[in-house]
Design a protein around this ligand. Structure first.
Ligand code: FAD
Length: 262
């Protein structure tokens, strides 16, 4: 039995092609927006992409391109705050981040996959990947309870021994065993792993989904491990895209947005 902690690795973020943006903006007469970006914000592609999507909707690159637009916000933070406050959420769907979630339990992944729109998931297959041991996360309050830990550890070690015994019993390492047979038996064997077994997945989500899921899964009523994980995701996102995650207040681990349901 291996003691592990749930971890998050932010592995992908948006990247803009500024030459293509410039070519498009020349076409539509919006080059002054890019010049404004150059003066300060060009370094944050996520925020720039959200702003680009929003301005495209109203041709609000600069006053006059749309006769209905006589003035435009020139400050990006103020512009994006207005997107949030007016719940113009679709523009946030273009901005996607990918997270490798490592050593998270099947308890957690089962809850996470309930969030459907705006998310992409590739989960470690315990039909293909054989369990040699049972990595497991214990919260601090559990590790502080010696009798609980002794009993839990003994049970997990017994489960591990059963995994190893089954692998031998089914001859999974025998030469020439067809792969479909390994897969068949590996899938049977995973039934004897606990829900708490640590595994992993790649989770990609757009800003709209991230905002909603961070709020829902750090709520005091949410499950302890997923609260911990989404607190970490909230911290990462606030650093990555402050103008789109700076409106939250964090109270006892709960991320409460100023603008809900964008
Ligand atoms: C504290 C807590 C306890 C929970 N307990 C249980 C439980 O006991 N049993 C259980 O089965 N589940 C439970 N859930 C899961 C919960 O019911 C949702 O399925 C899950 O949180 C996904 O969130 P969501 O419904 O907001 O959907 P998401 O997939 O995150 O979608 C985001 C939003 O899009 C809209 N949307 C998405 N799909 C649809 C649709 N088909 N129709 C209309 N609008 C849609 C909704 O506005 C939704 O809020 C719990 C969740 C939490 C946070």
């Amino acid at each position: 039995m291996r003691n592990v902690d749930p971890e998050v690795f932010l592995v992908a973020r948006p990247q803009l092609d500024y030459d293509a943006l410039a070519a498009y903006l020349t076409e539509v007469g919006g080059s002054s927006w890019l010049e404004r970006l150059d003066q300060g914000h060009l370094d944050n592609d996520a925020l720039n992409l959200a702003e680009f999507a929003g301005r495209l909707c109203y041709r609000s690159w600069e006053p006059g391109l749309n006769p209905n637009v006589t003035r435009v916000r020139t400050d990006q933070d103020a512009y994006l705050a207005n997107i949030l406050s007016s719940a113009h959420g679709s523009v946030l769907e273009h901005v996607t981040f990918s997270f490798a979630l490592h050593n998270v339990s099947r308890v957690l992944t089962h809850e996470l996959v309930r969030h459907r729109p705006g998310a992409a998931i590739s989960q470690e297959s315990l039909r293909f990947v054989r369990l040699n041991d049972i990595p497991f996360w214990f919260p601090d309050w559990a590790t502080a309870d010696p009798e609980l830990m002794a009993r839990a550890t003994a049970m997990l070690e017994q489960m591990e021994q059963f995994q190893v015994w089954m692998a031998g019993h089914f001859g999974l390492d025998s030469e020439g065993l067809p792969f479909h047979e390994k897969k068949h038996k590996t899938s049977f064997m995973r039934r004897f792993a606990p829900d708490g077994v640590a595994t992993g997945l790649l989770w990609s989500a757009n800003i709209r989904t991230l905002r909603h899921t961070i709020e829902a899964r750090t709520d005091p009523g949410a499950e302890e491990e997923i609260r911990l994980l989404f607190g970490k995701i909230g911290d990462l996102m606030r650093a990555e895209a402050p103008a789109l995650f700076g409106d939250y207040t964090v109270q006892d681990g709960a991320w409460i947005p100023r603008w809900r349901k964008v």
